[in-house]
Design a binder for this molecule. Structure first.
Ligand code: ADP
Ligand code: MG
Length: 463
């Protein structure tokens, strides 16, 4: 680029540095041109402006790349990482608090929201949905401790994550380099927020492709003593699990895989599921719920899931008999479950890549289970969780009505005693009552009604 005219030739040129080949660029030439030179008007002047602007624009473009490189820092998180989930929760939390005009340090401007629904379908048919608005794909800005941070959420639509079938997503945070120290702080805050939501709660995960994903919101823990099992059963299982957890080194020294399997069998509504959940809660363990009849689950995925369960979790396989009832199992939609029994045994025996593995299985039909499954190493403790025993009936009754103000403690005890005897009497005639049925009776009725309607609920369990 050569200047339209050499400024040195102008007698009235302002006292500016004499442009040489080296510095004849950018601002110096502009000032040179716009010195009050009478020749520079109209055409020449405009031409000069054009040249100057081009130079300026090039300079700016170069400059912004340099600024971006030198002065901005970016942090990328993808949805394979915990931080990704934590950040979105944090973002949603802050967006909702700032919209309540309580904006602390965070201010969020988003026109693009996406909704994440935690949907939960319970076995009794009820369901709940919780909507959480999070920043959708696109670019958003927010201010954090005085620093502006740009957030860019992108969804990769073309490729899916192998096996799990969820699209790749990334969130990129960009801020000025001098504020880079805010990233760890922000992530710590996000993590603490996410973990606080789970504190004292039971987290349940389900298999999603080959990954374990949180299912619904964390639930309130159920106190272990609220599940009333027959005398000693509760303690026996709890003691076994605790002993196992304390013997990690013992297993390691002997080269034995550090894992243990439990089978709880018995009629429906006896508290198998409730007990396992309460036990997990009392040990601060999570539950990984595995449904063997789930469509799309194949032997190789099963092996992967069993050996890659998150730390501190029980793997819970409910109704373990159901998956292998028939040789080829067809579900309602004619879909063929592709788990084989031998594949399942392999997965149970397989080397866990995780440190420890605790599997709980439940069944209503012990007799339907292949003896190969109940072998030690696969099932180490096999426990019967039965219909209400006389003691269980009394204990549950006192649990429900013992706090009542209207009736004295002595009367409650006496009635409990009465129910205990009634239960023993019914049992001698082969009639039983499930704990779930008892719970239902006690929830719906007053003490007197419960005692009066008690015997009606027994059913013949002789086959
Ligand atoms: N032993 C028990 N103690 C207290 N509640 C029980 C017991 N057994 C069943 N229930 C109640 O009955 C319902 C069904 O129990 P659940 O644990 O699902 O039984 P299971 O898994 O054996 O079929 C739950 O609401 C639970 O609170
Ligand atoms: Mg159950």
């Amino acid at each position: 680029m050569s200047p339209p005219i050499s400024p040195t030739e102008q007698p009235t040129a302002p006292p500016i540095p004499v442009p040489t080949q080296e510095n004849m660029q950018g601002t110096s030439i502009l000032t040179g041109i716009f010195g009050d030179n009478p020749y520079f008007q109209a055409g020449f002047g405009l031409m000069g402006v054009g040249v100057g602007l081009t130079a300026l624009r090039q300079g700016l473009a170069l400059g912004s790349t340099a600024i971006r490189r030198r002065m901005l820092v970016s942090l990328e998180m993808n949805n394979k990482d915990h931080a990704y989930e934590w950040f979105l929760v944090w973002m949603a939390h802050n967006a909702s608090t700032s919209s309540q005009k309580r904006a602390a340090h965070t201010w969020l401007r988003s026109h693009q929201l996406s909704v994440e629904t935690a949907f939960e379908q319970r076995s009794n048919g009820s369901s709940s949905a919780l909507f959480r608005f999070v920043a959708g794909p696109g670019t958003h800005w927010f201010k954090y401790h005085g620093a502006w941070i740009q957030m860019n959420r992108e969804r990769e639509t073309r490729s899916m994550q192998l096996m799990s079938g969820t699209p790749w997503e990334t969130v990129t945070l960009t801020t000025l380099s001098r504020d880079r120290h805010l990233f760890p702080q922000l992530l710590t805050e996000a993590r603490d927020l996410a973990l606080k939501g789970q504190e004292g709660k039971l987290v349940i995960r389900t298999a999603w492709g080959i990954e374990w994903k949180q299912f619904g919101q964390p639930r309130r823990k159920r106190p272990l003593h609220s599940v009333v099992l027959d005398t000693g059963v509760n303690e026996r299982v709890e003691r076994d699990v605790r002993a196992f957890l304390a013997r990690r080194q013992w297993y390691a020294d002997r080269g034995i895989p550090y894992r243990r399997g439990y089978l709880l069998h018995g009629p429906p509504g006896s508290g198998k599921t409730s007990f396992i959940q309460a036990l997990a809660g009392s040990l601060s363990y999570d539950i990984c719920l595995l449904n063997l009849s789930e469509r799309g689950l194949a032997d190789d995925k099963l092996i992967h899931l069993l050996s890659n369960a998150p730390e501190r979790s029980f793997i819970l396989i409910e109704d373990v008999d159901a998956a292998f009832n028939k040789r080829v199992r067809m579900s309602d939609d004619g879909y063929q479950s592709s788990i084989t029994f031998s594949g399942f045994l392999n997965a149970l025996d397989g080397v866990a890549s995780g440190e420890e593995r605790i599997i709980f299985m439940t069944t209503n039909h012990l007799e339907k289970l292949d003896p190969a499954l109940i072998r030690p190493g696969r099932v180490d403790l096999n426990v019967l969780v039965d219909d209400a025993s006389p003691t269980q009936a009394k204990t549950l009754f006192i649990r429900f009505y013992g706090e009542s103000d209207e009736i004295s403690k002595e009367d409650i005890d006496r009635m409990g005693q009465q129910l205990e005897e009634l239960t023993a009497m019914e049992m001698r005639q082969g009639r039983r009552i499930s704990m779930a049925a008892l719970q239902g009776l006690f929830i719906r009725n007053t003490v007197q009604e419960a005692v009066a309607g008690f015997r009606e609920l027994f059913v013949d369990r002789r086959t």
